[in-house]
Design a protein around this ligand. Structure first.
Ligand SMILES: *[C@@H]1O[C@H](CO)[C@@H](O)[C@H](O)[C@H]1NC(C)=O
Ligand SMILES: *[C@@H]1O[C@H](CO)[C@@H](O)[C@H](O)[C@H]1NC(C)=O
Ligand SMILES: *[C@@H]1O[C@H](CO)[C@@H](O)[C@H](O)[C@H]1NC(C)=O
Length: 493
């Protein structure tokens, strides 16, 4: 890029040399201006007229235009005496950011030698748009950043100068930011992003905005870039159990290692701040022995057999901790569901093995039944076979009394085998049987009876004493001593 600084010394040398030898140089330069990008061959000025020269004089005195940098940018028309543009000029190429942009030239005539100085000011046209160095500007902002904070953005460049240069920045309308144009020395303008509102990554993690740089041309030109703002997480959220309190029912016969339930906590922070690990919170030994919790998945498993009859429900506090150390608590209630895993039990309190016959209602046994299950699983039915002369009487709570239904007769049945059956109403039904053997003890309730009501015995006369005449026989259906029979003759009537 050529700059006037580079043209300048050259001009001074030329001016000095010419002025040293030729005293006729004009002291005041003639000044013209032309818009940049004007087509070549365009008219700039009536040079001959302005210098007070006749039209023919230019040709006869071999007038020519010399510019400082030896580039033939200007041209003198000898016929018309007009100064013309020889080539299209680009102000930005000639002068860059320097204003004003002056092209120095000299008009040289011979016989006699005459020298004029001229300045051509090249006026800027708005032929460049502001341009950002990158298509996207990435900005990371912590979510706890306060409103009012400034974030410098990359500036755009506009090769044009003055009012055609970059004037201000705007940003696409949005709820959280606006942009400020900062005036720097050297006339550069910087965009500053200003935060207007508190940020919340969990609400909006990212903004994509369009930054616009505007110049002051007429019409103005603009350049855009995308500003992508990533809101960086701060561990501002503790994990939260969404479904707490959890409530679950577990069959008491569930196998070891079976899954009870999975708890889950939400942490809307990202990365490590949102990663949650699970554990029991202040759990009793009982709970720690019975359950385990997976640190990663939150799954609670059984590590010990449950026993509804022992513990019917567990209240467990669970905790979720995120990578930043924030924690949340939840409750898990585990109800143990009874399974009919206990058969009824029967405990004899008293038993009389031997019952005298003919006795009125007599107590044979007092016993108690129980079932460790609950609900229907613990409800019981107690029975004995129908065909026995015994009765079961519910007594007090779960106590039963087994009594004789009617007086017994040892002579018809001396022994009874009684099976007491206790069944619960659970599914499946469980039962317990208990066998009692009752003997009927004898009472002397039967007289001896002769085998015949009359015996006819025949005896020969003249017999000798102690002669065996015959026998009588009596039996007694009682037992033991009650059945021992002695015989005697009654005195004759
Ligand atoms: C920057 O300069 C422009 C004029 O060039 C002016 O309108 C604007 O208010 C200035 N901005 C600041 C922040 O000073
Ligand atoms: C009672 O049971 C015993 C032994 O099981 C048996 O020997 C006896 O004959 C049974 N008595 C009756 C009356 O069934
Ligand atoms: C009770 O007796 C019955 C038959 O009378 C028998 O089948 C059962 O096995 C006995 N139960 C016990 C516990 O002895």
């Amino acid at each position: 890029m050529k700059t006037p600084e580079r043209i300048q010394p050259n001009r001074q040398v030329v001016a000095f040399v010419l002025m040293g030898f030729l005293s006729q140089a004009h002291l005041e330069p003639i000044r013209y201006s032309v818009m940049e990008e004007t087509e070549s061959g365009s008219f700039i000025a009536h040079l001959a007229k302005d210098l007070g020269l006749g039209i023919g004089e230019l040709a006869t005195r071999s007038a020519r235009v010399v510019s400082d940098d030896d580039k033939q940018r200007l041209q003198l028309d000898h016929q018309t005496g007009d100064l013309l543009l020889r080539e299209k000029l680009d102000r930005e190429e000639l002068c860059g950011p320097v204003e004003p942009c002056i092209l120095h030239f000299q008009v040289l005539l011979e016989t006699p030698v005459q020298f004029f100085e001229g300045e051509l000011s090249i006026e800027d046209t708005n032929d460049h748009s502001p341009v950002f160095p990158t298509g996207e500007i990435l900005l990371k902002i912590l979510e706890n950043s306060q409103p009012g904070t400034l974030f410098p953005l990359k500036l755009a460049r506009d090769l044009d100068v003055g009012s055609n240069g970059l004037q201000k920045y705007t940003i696409s309308p949005n709820s959280h930011f606006h942009v400020l144009t900062r005036n720097h020395s050297e006339g550069k303008k910087y965009p500053d992003l200003v935060q207007d509102k508190a940020l919340d990554r969990e609400e909006q993690p990212e903004f994509t905005l369009t930054l616009i740089a505007l110049d002051g041309g007429s019409p103005p030109r603009s350049g855009t870039t995308t500003v992508r703002i990533l809101i960086m997480d701060v561990n501002d959220n503790a994990p939260e159990f969404v479904h707490t309190p959890y409530e679950v029912q577990v069959l008491e016969n569930s196998p070891l290692e079976s899954s009870v339930l999975s708890v889950s906590a939400r942490d809307i922070d990202s990365g490590n701040f949102g990663r949650v690990s699970y554990g029991f919170f202040q759990a009793s030994d009982e709970i720690k022995q019975t359950f385990s919790i997976n640190e990663v998945t939150g799954e609670i498993r059984l590590t010990m057999k449950l026993d509804f009859e022992h513990i019917k429900s567990y209240h467990i506090e669970v905790e979720a901790i995120d990578g930043g150390g924030l924690s949340g608590k939840g409750t898990v209630v585990i109800h143990v569901v009874d399974v009919n895993d206990n058969a009824p039990e029967l405990t004899l309190s008293s038993l009389t093995n031997s019952i005298p016959e003919n006795a009125p209602e007599t107590v044979v046994s007092i016993f108690r039944i129980r079932d460790r299950d609950s609900g229907d699983n613990g409800k019981m039915i107690c029975s004995i076979p129908d065909n026995l002369p015994f009765l079961l009487k519910p007594t007090f709570k779960n106590f039963y009394t087994l009594v004789t239904e009617s007086p017994l007769d040892r002579e018809s049945q001396a022994e009874y085998n009684i099976t007491i059956t206790v069944t619960d109403l659970g599914t499946p039904r469980l039962k317990t049987q208990h066998n009692i053997t009752v003997t009927v003890s004898d009472v002397n309730d039967n007289a001896p009876a002769f085998s015949q009501t009359t015996y006819t015995l025949r005896v020969r006369e003249n017999n000798s004493p102690a002669l065996h005449i015959g026998s009588v026989s009596a039996t007694d259906s009682d037992a033991g001593a009650n059945a021992q029979v002695t015989y005697s003759l009654l005195p004759p009537q």
